[in-house]
Design a protein around this ligand. Structure first.
Ligand code: AHR
Length: 308
C-alpha cells in the first residue's frame, strides 16, 4: 500500500498536477469571453489545475489575485494585464517567491524584463497598421478631407496604445486623413454606443470613417449610427479589430466594412508554455499570434470557418 495511491496508481507513475493561477481582465467583450473559454478548456485538456480569477476590468483586483496566487504557492502565474503600468511591485513579489509569470494577450511596461518569462499574444501595433492600410486603399480616390472618429480601448491598455499608434503611423502619410474625435469606449458595446452618440452630436454628417479598437465598440456604435438615421458602412465607413463572430454577422448584414483579426485562442499555447516552464525547458520570450484581415466581401465565405 505504501507504493500505491488510493486509486491504485503506482506511486512512481503518479505526477503532481501543475497548478496555474490565471488572472483574467474581465468579460468586457466577445473576444474576452472566447479567450476565457479557450484558457479553461485548454487547462482541462492538459490536466492542469486552473485557479481562475476575474478582475472585472480593475487593476487592483488583478494585483490582489496575483498576491493570492503567490500565497497559495501555485506553480505558475499567468495574466492578461488590464493596463501596461503599475505591476512592477507585485511581479517582484512573484519573482522573490520563485513563481514564474507568463503574460498572455497584453504586455506590461516594466524595466526589469526578468520579471516575466514569456509574453504570448498579438502584435497590436501591426493590427493598427493593417486597419490604416485598408483605409488608405479604400479612400485612395477620395480628395478629402476624410474625417475619422476613433473609439479607443481601455485607457492605458497595450491594445489601445498600440492600435492607435499603428493606425496613425500609416494615415499620417496623407494629410487628407484627419482624426477629428478620439475617446475611449473601454472595449464595451454599451460605451461604444454612448461615445458614438456623442461623436454624432458633435460632428454630425461630417464623419466619414469610424475606427474602433474592437468589434464590440463598433457594434455598439452601429446602433448609434442607425438611431441617428444614418447607414453604417455606407454613410460612415467602419473599421474594427478582433474578427469575432458578431463582427462577421454585422459584415454579412452590410453594416461593418472590415475587421482586423486578433485571435483570443491562446489557451493551448499557454498550457504548453506552463508545462515547459515547470519542466525547466526554455520558452520563447515573445510568441506572436499570426493573424489576417477580413473585409465584408469575404465575410459570408469565411463565417463557417470561424472558431470564436
Ligand atoms: O487585449 C485584447 C483586446 O481586449 C481585444 O481586442 C478586446 O476585444 C478585448 O477586450
Amino acid at each position: 500500500a505504501a507504493f500505491t495511491l488510493a486509486a491504485g496508481i503506482p506511486r512512481a507513475f503518479a505526477q503532481k498536477k501543475i497548478v496555474l493561477g490565471f488572472s483574467q481582465i474581465g468579460a468586457e467583450s466577445e473576444w474576452r469571453t472566447a479567450n476565457t473559454e479557450s484558457i479553461k478548456s485548454a487547462a482541462k485538456d492538459a490536466g492542469i489545475e486552473l485557479k481562475f480569477a476575474d478582475a472585472q476590468q480593475k487593476q487592483e483586483n488583478q494585483i490582489k489575485a496575483i498576491r493570492s496566487f503567490i500565497a497559495q504557492k501555485v506553480d505558475v502565474i499567468a495574466f492578461s494585464p488590464v493596463v501596461e503600468t503599475g505591476f512592477e511591485t507585485v511581479l517582484r513579489e512573484a519573482k522573490a517567491a520563485k513563481i514564474p509569470v507568463i503574460l498572455t494577450d497584453r504586455a506590461v511596461n516594466v524595466k526589469d524584463q526578468s520579471l516575466w518569462v514569456s509574453f504570448m499574444g498579438s502584435d497590436f501595433t501591426e493590427e493598427g497598421r493593417k486597419a490604416g492600410r485598408w483605409l488608405v486603399e479604400k479612400m485612395k480616390a477620395e480628395k478629402g478631407p476624410v474625417n475619422i472618429v476613433e473609439l479607443q480601448g481601455t485607457v492605458g491598455s497595450a491594445p489601445a496604445i498600440d492600435r492607435k499608434k499603428g493606425f496613425e503611423e500609416i494615415i499620417k502619410a496623407d494629410p487628407k486623413f484627419k482624426i477629428v474625435r478620439s475617446q475611449t469606449g473601454d472595449f464595451t458595446r454599451a460605451k461604444g454606443k454612448e461615445v458614438m452618440e456623442a461623436f454624432l452630436k458633435a460632428e454630425g454628417k461630417k464623419i466619414n470613417v469610424l475606427y474602433a479598437h474592437n468589434d464590440d465598440m463598433a457594434i455598439g456604435a452601429i446602433q448609434a449610427i442607425e438611431e441617428a438615421g444614418l447607414k453604417p458602412a455606407k454613410d460612415i465607413v467602419i473599421i474594427s479589430i478582433d474578427a469575432v463572430k458578431g463582427a462577421f454577422e454585422a459584415m454579412m448584414q452590410g453594416k461593418l466594412n472590415v475587421s482586423v483579426e486578433c485571435s483570443p485562442l491562446l489557451g493551448p499555447q499557454l498550457m504548453q508554455a506552463v508545462k515547459d516552464v515547470v519542466a525547466g525547458k526554455p520558452v520563447p520570450k515573445r510568441i506572436v499570434t499570426e493573424e489576417g484581415i477580413f473585409p465584408m466581401e469575404v465575410a459570408a465565405k469565411e463565417f463557417p470557418k470561424r472558431k470564436y
